[in-house]
Design a protein around this ligand. Structure first.
Ligand SMILES: [Cu+2]
Length: 331
């Protein structure tokens, strides 16, 4: 269950995918396109189904979760003309299909628009299976910007999107042209532009690792630099600084009132009880990553990391969970 949760979280976070730059045009709801997707042929058996337990174990091994260092962003040149138009259309359609797929529970709508590179598997049903385990409920395109083309033939566009109603995601989405169609190929989260907001609160959070000299056991923490009580503003930006040597993630969720987050481990708090609000993944050693949230309601919020440590246990088991409260501003 835990492995499935972690996998779902990673999958959900990766599904979002769009980067937004500054100055992108806002796309109104009226202009939003309907999803155009060939879909995937039904009934294809998935290796994930067949592998079952084996896959779960694989996901839990530190080796399989190992992350590379912070990737260097390629340098491109501004996209123009037909390529620019095709890129914007492909990104807009992808987000429309993502929204429709999440709403209808049919991930094949957007998986069909992804290249084989997206998940390292030539079988897109692996992706469908992973996407079927839950995640965000909605995605709304806010703007496209920073369209670029690269020497390897790929192109990228930053997608600025509101995910699940609160998360201001900004992703650089890479596309590759195959048989005349621009397919979603890779996504890298970038910092959201929050300059539109009248009020922004930045919450500094260090991610720390402490090793017990005697046992070698590592304890992890989300360490708030200030108070873990945050006054509600239009935008709340969580600024994560990884002070450790392992990669981490920050998953922001809301649990039922009064629920103990450790219940995520023993199953007393289920998936279905939890509302996923935003993700920052991965956060490499030495890296600072921001997660910006729009109009967080007053309440208690939970941050958690499911990345496995050297012992194979998800970091939450060894301390990587924290809560903070959002309180209404004084009238
Ligand atoms: Cu972690």
């Amino acid at each position: 269950m835990l492995n499935r949760l972690k996998y779902a979280m990673l999958a959900a976070s990766s599904a979002l995918l769009i980067v937004g730059g500054i100055g992108g045009a806002t796309i109104s709801a009226q202009e939003a396109m309907a999803c155009v997707s060939p879909g995937l042929p039904p009934g294809t058996p998935t290796p994930m189904d067949e592998m079952g337990e084996e896959m779960d174990m694989d996901m839990a091994s530190p080796e399989s979760m190992e992350m590379p260092a912070v990737p260097e962003m390629p340098v491109g040149t501004p996209a123009e003309g037909d390529v620019l138009a095709a890129l914007d259309a492909a990104a807009t359609n992808y987000v429309a299909c993502l929204a429709e797929g999440w709403a209808t529970g049919d991930p094949s709508l957007y998986v069909a628009l992804e290249s084989e590179n997206m998940w390292g598997s030539p079988n897109p049903w692996d992706r469908v299976a992973s996407e079927s385990e839950g995640g965000f409920s909605s995605v709304e395109l806010r703007g496209l910007s920073n369209q670029q083309v690269y020497e390897d033939g790929r192109a990228s566009v930053n997608i600025d999107a509101l995910v699940g109603g609160h998360w201001l995601a900004n992703l650089r989405a890479f596309f590759v042209e195959q048989d005349g169609v621009w397919l979603y190929d890779e996504e890298v989260f970038e910092q959201a532009d929050t300059s539109f907001a009248d009020s922004v609160t930045v919450v500094g959070i260090n991610i720390t690792e402490e090793t017990d000299e005697a046992s070698g056991a590592v304890t992890y923490a989300f360490q708030f630099l200030g108070s873990p009580t945050v006054t509600a503003t239009e935008v709340t930006t969580l600024n994560f600084s990884n002070q450790g040597v392992e990669p981490h993630e920050a998953i922001l969720v809301q649990l039922p009132d009064g629920a103990d987050p450790m219940g995520l481990l023993d199953g007393s708090v289920s998936f279905e009880d939890m509302t996923l609000l935003g993700v920052a993944v991965p956060i490499f050693p030495g890296q600072t990553v921001e997660m910006s949230l729009l109009n967080l309601d007053p309440g208690t919020y939970t941050l958690v990391c499911f990345f496995p440590g050297p012992d194979g246990a998800p970091h939450i088991v060894n301390g990587m969970v924290a809560q903070f409260d959002v309180v209404a501003a004084a009238a």
